[in-house]
Design a protein around this ligand. Structure first.
Ligand SMILES: CC(C)(COP(=O)(O)OP(=O)(O)OC[C@H]1O[C@@H](n2cnc3c(N)ncnc32)[C@H](O)[C@@H]1OP(=O)(O)O)[C@@H](O)C(=O)NCCC(=O)NCCS
Length: 151
């Protein structure tokens, strides 16, 4: 079942994201971020546990970001990541967001879903707000990809 995240999901979300962060495959997120942006998040629930999460965060008048996408180990390769991204793109379309981007270490996955690699400098709002606070700034090694909802 795919649904909006609830406060009671946060501990499982935190464990899922930060397990991958420890392996260096995604950025770590503090609990404070998960609570603050909880309304951006959706989760996939199966067997009474959270097996996937992802968030859609509005950046500006014409731009949103897909962030913190993760599918629990043991459940990857079953279409769950695709299901999360397609759900978030549908949410973006419903509120007339024309363009969605992501910063990722898995560009091949997003390319499969129709995202196209773009120059990070195309997303200045991201840098003003988030990147300057990132421990990796200014040496970002993530790839930026964009999905155009309204051409
Ligand atoms: C990357 C991740 C979200 C993919 O989720 P998933 O549920 O395994 O992916 P899906 O099964 O929905 O795959 C959808 C398609 O993308 C392909 N794909 C999946 N991961 C891929 C990758 N790393 N590179 C290229 N293609 C990939 C699949 O083969 C599938 O293709 P198909 O439709 O032709 O069969 C998941 O592996 C994950 O959580 N990884 C760790 C955290 C992470 O890297 N998050 C990325 C955001 S920073």
């Amino acid at each position: 079942m795919i649904r909006k995240a609830k406060l009671s999901d946060v501990e499982e979300m935190y464990a899922l994201v930060n397990k991958y962060a420890e392996k260096g495959v995604m950025l770590s997120r503090p609990r404070s971020m998960l609570y603050e942006f909880l309304r951006d998040f959706i989760v996939v629930e199966k067997d009474n546990q959270i097996i996937g999460i992802g968030a859609l965060h509005i950046m500006w008048s014409d731009l949103a970001e897909i962030r913190a996408l993760a599918v629990r180990e043991g459940y990857t390769g079953q279409g769950i990541g695709r299901q999360i991204v397609e759900y978030l793109l549908q949410e973006a379309a419903e509120i007339n967001i024309p363009s969605v981007f992501t910063l990722t270490y898995q560009p091949g996955f997003f390319a499969k879903l129709g995202f196209v690699e773009v120059d990070k400098e195309r997303m200045p709002q991201k840098f003003w707000r988030d990147c300057i606070n990132c421990s990796k700034f200014p040496n970002c090694d993530e790839i930026c990809l964009e999905y155009k909802i309204i051409a």
